[in-house]
Design a protein around this ligand. Structure first.
Ligand SMILES: [Zn+2]
Length: 344
């Protein structure tokens, strides 16, 4: 089969069209003919290489995907060839106490497709049958591929970790990112008031169209005082952080009493300061979050089917142009997800 393979870490040029043997599904596995695969920031990190976090090379990137069941491995009975399916990105052992408690993302053996094993930038992917979700008939493969990882991450951060409540005031950074468009929708669904940040006026307009009540340009030096003004000087209940060093000081400053900051990523650096006096005097909580459970993802897809959450796709590239697609994501000009369609 044809695939986009990385043989070494580096810039977009390491994404190379390659021909490799078509993988065979083992017991409990399914081979999916891929139609679309979405790009996540995780793909860029893995492509560049994360110090202290070795990836098996050569490797196929891609955690999200949508396609059609092609071949069943031994023992798989609840899917048939031809079924349209969406791929769930998280892999776990299925038998440890975390997995059996419905918290498979806390499994000691937890991994992500395209991070710890081959992913979805390929004509075919082989995944456990438990990683397949039926694709809604009304949705295209391109839209379907764009949903799972970012909505799951945003759901875990807001619903499971921060305990979002109706009436909460939530500051969502970089609302135009893949995770930002998911967070704005989930916070609105929970009846929260959303203040969204983005780096340009067109993105702020789109964030308002998505449900944000207030928007602030984070490239202006006084964005913190603007947010404070919006909240009547009370500060916000939740800050949705995934930017890191450049926004962290402001994110901590803008939290109201009892506020929670929840973070899942650091696109601008991971070393930050924390003033413990503010933490205890204001009863603040700092929460870390990565991925979420399969149960949460199934609930998200129920809401997608009910049209209460929806994908936002910025641009589609053919898989053969994966290098250009990665450059587009690196430039941070997009509003929503960038998706690769199979053309190999
Ligand atoms: Zn486990």
């Amino acid at each position: 089969m044809k695939t986009i393979l990385i043989h070494e870490h580096g810039g977009p040029e390491v994404l190379q069209i390659s021909e490799i043997p078509t993988p065979e599904p083992g017991p409990g596995q399914v081979r999916v003919r891929m139609h679309a695969s979405a790009i996540n920031h995780l793909d860029l990190w893995i492509r560049k290489g994360i110090p202290g976090h070795p990836s098996p090379l050569p490797m196929i990137l891609g955690s999200d995907g949508s396609g059609v069941v092609d071949k069943l491995g031994p023992g798989v009975t609840h899917f048939s060839p031809g079924d349209p399916v969406v791929i769930s990105p998280g892999l776990s052992c299925g038998s440890c106490s975390a997995c059996l408690s419905g918290k498979d993302h806390l499994c000691p053996d937890y991994g992500i497709l395209g991070e710890t094993c081959d992913g979805t930038y390929a004509q075919f992917s082989v995944v456990p049958a438990s990683n397949l979700i039926p694709k809604p008939d009304f949705m295209t493969h391109t839209d379907s591929a764009s949903i799972s990882l970012v909505f799951l991450t945003a759901w875990e951060m807001l619903v499971e970790r921060s305990g979002i409540q109706p009436g909460d005031c939530v500051l969502i950074h970089a609302a135009g990112s893949g995770i930002g468009i998911a967070a704005v929708q989930i916070a609105c669904l929970y009846g929260a008031t959303v203040i969204a940040t983005a780096g340009s006026e067109p993105k702020l307009t789109k964030a308002r169209e998505l449900g944000a009540v207030h928007t602030v340009n984070y490239s202006t030096p006084d964005w913190v005082s603007k947010v404070r003004e919006i909240t009547g000087r009370n500060g916000v209940d939740i800050v949705f952080e995934h930017v890191g060093a450049s926004t962290w000081p402001g994110s901590m400053k803008i939290l109201g009493r009892g506020g929670r900051v929840v973070t899942c990523g650091v696109t601008t650096g991971y070393a930050v300061n924390l003033d413990l006096r503010h933490l205890f005097f204001k009863n603040l909580s700092v929460l870390g979050s990565t991925m979420g459970s399969k149960g949460s993802l199934l609930h998200i897809w129920k809401l997608i089917r009910q049209r209460k959450l929806h994908p936002v796709v910025d641009r589609v590239f053919p898989l053969s142009q994966a290098q250009e697609a990665h450059k587009h994501v690196s430039n941070r000009q997009q509003f929503g997800k960038v998706v690769l369609e199979m053309d190999l």
